[in-house]
Write a protein that binds this ligand. Structure first.
Ligand code: HEC
Length: 162
């Protein structure tokens, strides 16, 4: 009787382990698309978070918010230019005016990192704008290759491309 019980227990344990393993396998297979989004989050938490904050709200009077920002969710060409080349001077974000400077991240981030972080900030904290591709970043970077100083909003508005 005891032997039978032990045997049943052993079977139950084996079945448990096997089903746990196969569930884990299935989960990691379905997690693939999320891994791409995680890269953008990683770039954000290593490069942007110190100023724009984990919740994307920025800091009153110092660092503008990315959450709810029209620059983040608007024209992707301008957003890429801001991230690659930086921004200085007055900028209105979500109804508040900031007048500071951000260096360009072009020299420290690769095209794929800029695409990933731009995609991340466009789809986080309630922001709802489409993804940005690596090839788009590549072409904007090439178009602004002679630029050495951060953009101003006036200059950005004058750039005509689609
Ligand atoms: C050292 C602080 C700092 C860091 C780090 C930083 N920024 Fe900024 N960012 C600023 C400031 C300051 C401005 C506003 C510049 C101005 O007043 O002209 C700004 C403006 C912006 C804007 C346009 C305005 C808005 O809020 O939508 C975007 C987009 C942006 N940053 C994205 C990023 C991204 C993406 C990263 C990381 C790759 C990053 N920033 C890292 C300080 C920073």
């Amino acid at each position: 009787m005891n032997q039978v019980r032990t045997f049943r227990l052993a079977i139950a344990v084996v079945v448990g382990v096997v089903s746990a393993t196969s569930t884990a396998g299935a989960q990691s297979a379905t997690k693939k698309p999320a891994a791409a989004a995680a890269d953008g989050q990683k770039v954000f938490t290593t490069t942007c978070v110190v100023c724009h904050q984990l919740d994307g709200a920025g800091k009153e009077g110092l660092y503008p918010p990315l959450a709810g920002s029209e620059w983040v969710q608007g024209d992707e060409n301008k957003l890429i230019r801001i991230i690659v080349g930086g921004l200085s001077g007055p900028v209105e974000v979500a109804g508040e005016t900031f007048n500071s400077a951000m260096p360009g991240w072009g020299p420290v981030l690769e095209d794929k990192d800029i695409a990933a972080v731009a995609t991340y900030i466009r789809s986080s904290w309630g922001n709802k704008a489409g993804p940005i591709t690596e090839s788009k970043v590549k072409s904007i970077r090439a178009a602004m290759s002679s630029r050495k100083t951060p953009w101003t909003i006036t200059e950005l508005s004058a750039v005509k491309d689609t």
